[in-house]
Write a protein that binds this ligand. Structure first.
Ligand code: 1GP
Length: 251
């Protein structure tokens, strides 16, 4: 199995560098929008594109990723909402197990069904402990997953869940308040979780301000994912990238 991109994420973490992933929902972009996002992303020197969504209705995943890949060399990572979201054109797949929920389908069931296709895809597979945190209102992910999110103030539950995920072999931990969350994950929770694990920590959901992205990184996030706010105002890419990349590198 390939580990190229994972090593890149790990190396950036070891060097204390913070990374920025722009999330693209293939349902919400056409060719012109992708072209604009790629141009802004290159200019802002973002680190990754994440592509996917909790509910992808169109059949646009392959085409969306292909278009990104022909226009730039920014790595593309699939962030799948279901086992059917696989594209061989991407660089890697977040192989998500919803460890915050108790829905066996999303812990292991869908993986069993899709395993042969995932393996055959040739994608780099990144085992990821996916944790949904309550963001103040139901989000697509909380509804579709049919699982209760971790309450926003239950830092210990988040900590123990992330630790268990890491000890079970997850290479990344992704804490998500859900796309368009009213309230993003608190810095206290991020800090407690980051201190409890060695795996790179991805944080997303409801981040709309560069200042919040900065504070999340200071609290211990290694990768910040932003979708919704950029859909509304793509020019935010530049400010977000500047904020995330300005976090001082620890020596
Ligand atoms: C959602 O973490 C991502 O799964 C990003 O959330 O769309 O709210 O930025 P937003």
């Amino acid at each position: 199995m390939k580990h190229t991109l994972y090593h890149h994420i790990q190396e950036r973490k070891s060097a204390g560098k913070k990374s920025f992933a722009v999330l693209i929902d293939p349902d919400k972009v056409n060719n012109a929008a992708i072209e604009q996002l790629v141009s802004l992303a290159l200019d802002a020197r973002i680190d990754y594109f994440f592509v996917g969504g909790s509910l992808v209705i169109s059949n646009n995943l392959d085409e969306c990723i292909r278009q990104i890949k022909v226009s730039c060399s920014i790595p593309v990572v699939i962030f799948p909402g279901s086992h059917s979201q696989i594209s061989r054109y991407a660089d890697a797949l977040l192989y998500l197990s919803l460890i915050s929920g108790r829905n066996p389908e999303l812990l292991i069931g869908q993986h069993v069904i899709s395993a042969p296709f995932v393996k055959k895809s040739g994608l780099e597979i990144m085992p990821t402990g996916y944790m949904v945190i309550d963001g103040g209102a139901p989000t697509t992910v909380s509804y579709i997953s049919n699982a209760t999110p971790i309450p926003a103030d239950k830092n210990e539950i988040a900590m123990c869940t992330a630790m268990a995920g890491e000890m079970l072999g997850m290479k990344l931990i992704y804490m998500d308040a859900g796309s368009g969350a009213k309230r993003p994950i608190t810095e206290t929770m991020i800090e407690k979780v980051a201190r409890s694990i060695e795996a790179p920590l991805i944080i997303g959901g409801g981040i709309t301000e560069p200042e919040k992205a900065y504070r999340n990184c200071k609290a211990g996030a290694d990768v910040i994912v932003i979708g919704n706010a950029i859909e509304k105002d793509p020019s935010l890419i530049k400010e977000m990238a500047a904020a995330i990349h300005s976090v001082p590198v620890k020596v």
